[in-house]
Write a protein that binds this ligand. Structure first.
Ligand code: PPY
Length: 326
């Protein structure tokens, strides 16, 4: 019998910050089945491909070190995929954003074995630190201090697909090399992962900036579930490209928001390679802006956007999460 549960994909395995974001969005109920993906691309691909998966939760940006570029580039690649349906210059992506979540990041230094505190890192000639690439920029100062305080220990940084995968990798590698007493494999992950994988905390709250927060997007296949209409403040995410070597082309797009008194709350960019041109240094822009459904301006607004953008994609209009303001 097929499951009647709502299936939610997240960057796994269990215990990741993405898992926390998914739980914040959908709760821990028998009606929800959480499915761990092995990579951020898989969080996009499997949502697109598997009709029985309803939602996917992906990391987008961090308050300390900015864009999770893997996700930005996956949005870019989907927008610029020729297979996408087009309406004039508008690209209708197969996925849409229906929500956002904010997760407080409190990284721990985690060991598969109990070393009774950070001072005993000095007992190892080599310490191999595993974590998700996005984490290195959030603990740069901590790592510098480690190297200064344990100058006889060699620290090696190893990228993993997620923070929980890092704990698992550290455990497996430590077990495989159990005879080598000079090497310790550790991970940087959440305290939730420590309990799930029955590991040990060497150091608490090691992120350089307290209040470090990661923002996640909640995706669905476009049109799967109609967005509930709430009075809550909404925000729209739109990506676009402009004509290269055309002075003022970006300003012309941003001026549309100004002319309609629309508040832009974020802007960022990523390089892209246009298939029809060998030119480098072309950029796709990502803007978010406050959406007020009570204003009767939006058809005109998007007509103007369509005129000034080479290509554009409205990824979604979704409720602003209260945690944005904390
Ligand atoms: O690996 C995780 O736990 C993730 O959810 C990705 C991530 C990594 C680092 C900070 C925030 C999210």
């Amino acid at each position: 019998m097929t499951s009647t549960k709502t299936k939610v994909l997240f960057l796994g395995p269990v215990g990741t910050y993405s898992h926390q974001a998914a739980l914040q969005q959908f709760g821990d109920s028998d009606d929800i089945e959480y499915i761990p993906a092995q990579s951020i691309p898989q969080c996009f691909d499997d949502l697109e491909g598997a009709k029985d998966i309803t939602y996917s939760v992906v990391p987008l940006e961090n308050s300390t070190n900015g864009q999770v570029v893997f996700s930005y580039d996956l949005l870019r690649d989907r927008m610029l995929d020729e297979k996408c349906q087009k309406k004039q210059n508008q690209i209708i992506s197969s996925l849409e954003v229906i929500g956002e979540q904010y997760v407080s990041i409190a990284h721990c230094l985690i060991s598969p074995v109990d070393i009774s505190g950070p001072k005993n890192l000095a007992n190892y000639k080599q310490v191999r630190i595993h974590t998700h690439p996005q984490v290195w920029g959030q603990v740069a100062r901590y790592l510098k201090e480690l190297r200064k305080n344990f100058s006889s220990t060699k620290f090696e940084l190893i990228d993993c697909t997620s923070t929980s995968d890092a704990v698992s990798q550290a455990q497996q590698t430590q077990l495989k090399n159990i005879s080598d007493q000079d090497v310790l494999n550790v991970a940087i992950a959440s305290e939730a992962a420590v309990h799930i994988y029955k590991a040990y905390i060497v150091d608490h709250s090691i992120n350089d900036v307290t209040g470090n927060t990661t923002r996640f997007l909640v995706l669905q296949r476009r049109g799967t579930v109609e967005l509930f209409n709430t009075e809550k403040m909404k925000v729209s995410l739109l990506t676009f490209t402009t004509e290269q070597d055309c002075p003022g082309s970006l300003v012309d797009v941003l001026t549309i928001l100004k002319n309609f008194s629309i508040n832009m709350c974020s802007i960022s960019s990523r390089p892209f390679n246009n298939k029809t041109s060998t030119r480098k240094w072309q950029y796709i822009f990502y803007i978010e802006y406050d959406f007020d459904g009570s204003r009767d301006i939006w058809d005109s607004f998007y007509e103007q956007i369509n005129l000034k953008c080479m290509e554009w994609c409205l990824w979604g209009t979704f409720p602003r999460n209260d945690r944005y303001y904390k």
